[in-house]
Design a protein around this ligand. Structure first.
Ligand SMILES: *Cc1c(COP(=O)(O)O)cnc(C)c1O
Length: 217
């Protein structure tokens, strides 16, 4: 199955980069995939998944967790502030913290609940106008503000511009994480996860290479 292929390629990329075996976590991105494909990956023993839409995840994961036991689910899509409450109850990590209003909302929820998902700040490394994420020049200030609110920051996340070489974006993200004392690097998708691992990724988000193409129709 493709899952074992991807796991083998991740292990090879870790070795090639001189990194410890198991230092890269594979987030199997199951958004929009037919349930049978997700069940097959769960049956193969995988326990870390990524979703883009709160409503879709809410419809899917309570039942799958009841059937398969503890599963970590990470939110990797844009998060509306009015869905933040559901999100912190459903997800083990949020990779798309990208603005002060969301940080403030998450801080209030974390205080009320006493726990908070792991948080990654999304950086718009290509400064693309249509893309979410904190601009590179605003990142250090945003990280300091989040820490001032007591938010537990795990790392940074990026989605490099389509059709560009991802590697410079991965290196930029790694540098920004290092200078902010952040260990987590969520970067790399089906087409570029090996390059991301070479640049230091701790979490790769791989969908279609595991599950097959998504059908949005
Ligand atoms: C859909 C998605 C992925 C997975 O993309 P593939 O190319 O199918 O591996 C990874 N990260 C984010 C943020 C996504 O939205």
């Amino acid at each position: 199955m493709s899952l074992t292929d991807i796991q083998a390629r991740i292990a090879a990329a870790e070795r090639a980069a001189g990194r410890a075996p198991g230092s890269v976590r594979l987030i199997a991105v199951s958004k929009v995939q037919p349930l049978a494909r997700v069940e097959a990956v769960l049956a193969a023993g995988h326990r870390l998944f990524g979703e883009n839409y709160v409503q879709e995840a809410q419809a899917k994961w309570p039942d799958l967790r009841a059937r398969f036991g503890a599963v970590s689910v990470h939110m990797i899509g844009p998060l509306q502030t009015n869905k933040a409450k559901v999100a912190v109850e459903l997800f083990d990590a949020i990779h798309t913290l990208d603005r002060p209003s969301l940080a403030e909302k998450l801080a209030r929820l974390a205080e009320a609940r006493g726990v908070c998902p792991e948080l990654f700040v999304q950086v718009n490394t290509g400064a693309e106008p249509q893309k979410a994420g904190v601009l590179p020049e605003a990142l250090d200030g945003f990280v300091a503000d989040c820490r001032g609110m007591g938010l537990p920051l795990a790392g940074l996340m990026c989605i490099p511009p389509e059709g560009e070489d991802s590697t410079p974006h991965f290196h930029m993200l790694a540098k920004m994480a290092a200078r902010n004392g952040l260990a987590g690097l969520s970067m790399g998708m089906s087409g570029d996860f090996e390059a991301a691992i070479a640049a230091g990724a701790t979490h790769v988000r791989v969908g279609s290479a595991i599950f097959g193409a998504r059908d949005y129709s």
